[in-house]
Design a protein around this ligand. Structure first.
Ligand code: AMP
Length: 388
């Protein structure tokens, strides 16, 4: 089987690694940076913007791709799955409409309301700063402010972390509305959830989900929750699939929420096939939904994908064929820690184009796995980009 992976970060390297461990596969990749780990595993690769869907489809056709796997959200938003399907290529990822669960936060919250899904937070969208003011005041300024569309993980601002007064909150509300941050002259304001955050990723065939071990990631740049929020500095999971603060029943509540979301997406006429990601806050009132993503998380993919012992492509096929319930997911009983190594200045202003020396042999000899992230291979030299 010929498999295409789209994306050139560490999450995609982890996906490629899972594909490489499957039987009878040939891997092809499409990325915007030359990830040396992905290159090594691929029969062939193509370098271009990953939202250049036409090129992705052309490359997929040229290589007789049977299944495409999409790492990041940006190509999903522009309908990569729809275009691949039009060209007769299966993709184990959601269509443009189903991916709205991530790409349109207002639509996502409305879906939760319509289907009375548990774990909701008080929330409302606003186009008008004055009306937003009343809502923020009513919630004692304990709010999260969110642009409606994708912002590369940098658009959300939370009270206590990013602002401390109604005036400061309103400045950001104004900025988002006036500059159409996230694509619309609108903002979503949510009640702030207080507790411990956790991630639950699952496979979905559109009817059933198969949940994976819970993961907690660390967004702050520095130890002890100091410094600015980043895309994620690292993450961990435990051998029992739970987390030190997460009991089995709360884990199951989270999984039941994801299951209900998948069911409601089907009722809305946009069946969800592929990996789905739930970010939850475990509050004193149980798990609350912070966000849903239409893909694996980064870094969380690096925790769970290496644990999967079941043939990964067999899982992908069962998602596509609608018989995920027939697959017994086999996982290694191991705890995992993922640690990102980032360019100097990351989170503020990264040093781009710096040479990196990686001793792959030594890393592998320590029972560790190395995943390359957004680095670039130029000749024989690996260099930093502005990202992790
Ligand atoms: P997002 O970009 O949606 O992942 O949000 C970034 C981070 O903001 C999340 O990981 C949470 O830590 C925080 N956050 C988002 N929404 C809320 C909320 N309603 N309450 C508390 N924290 C939130």
């Amino acid at each position: 089987m010929n498999i295409l992976v789209v994306g050139g970060g560490a999450r995609e390297h982890a996906i490629c690694d899972a594909v490489d461990r499957s039987k009878n596969v040939k891997l092809f990749s499409f990325m915007s940076n030359l990830n040396p780990g992905i290159k090594k595993l691929s029969q062939d690769y193509y370098l271009d913007k990953i939202t250049n869907i036409e090129k992705v489809v052309e490359f997929a056709k040229l290589n007789g791709i049977d299944i495409a796997l999409i790492g990041p959200e940006a190509p999903l938003e522009v309908g990569i799955v729809n275009e691949l399907k039009n060209a007769g290529i299966s993709a184990c990822a959601p269509t443009k409409n189903a991916a709205r669960i991530e790409t349109d936060k207002e639509w996502m919250r409305n879906l939760l309301k319509k289907y009375k899904i548990p774990g909701q937070l008080k929330c409302k969208t606003f186009k008008d700063v004055e009306k937003a003011k009343k809502f923020i005041e009513d919630l004692d300024c304990e709010v999260a402010l969110k642009p409606i569309g994708l912002t590369g993980g940098k658009g959300v601002k939370v009270s206590g972390d990013h602002f401390n007064s109604v005036d400061e909150a309103l400045n950001y509300v104004k900025e988002v509305i006036e500059n159409k941050i996230g694509g619309e002259a609108k903002i979503l304001i949510e009640e702030k959830a207080i507790g411990e955050e956790f991630t639950l990723q699952a496979f979905s065939d559109g009817d059933t989900i198969s949940p994976l071990p819970a993961v907690q990631d660390h967004k702050r740049l520095l130890p002890n929750d100091k410094g600015p929020n980043t895309g994620g500095m690292g993450s961990y999971s435990c051998d029992n699939g739970l987390l030190p603060f997460l009991s089995k029943s709360y884990y199951e509540e989270g999984a039941a929420i994801l299951q209900k979301i998948v069911e409601s997406l089907k009722k809305e006429g946009c069946k969800y096939v592929g990996p789905i990601y739930g970010q939850f806050m475990l509050t004193i009132n149980g798990p609350k939904i912070i966000e849903i993503n239409a893909r694996f998380g980064d870094p969380e993919a690096m925790n769970v994908l290496p644990l999967i012992e079941t043939d990964f492509i067999e899982i992908c096929n069962s998602m596509l064929n609608g018989n995920l319930d027939k697959i017994k997911l086999k996982l290694k009983k191991k705890s995992t820690v993922c640690k990102y190594i980032v360019p100097k200045g990351y989170g503020v202003k990264s040093m781009v184009g710096e040479e990196i020396f990686v001793d792959e042999e030594k890393i592998n000899s320590k029972d560790s796995i190395l995943f390359y992230a957004s680095v670039n291979k130029e000749g024989n030299i690996v260099k930093t980009t502005s990202s992790r």
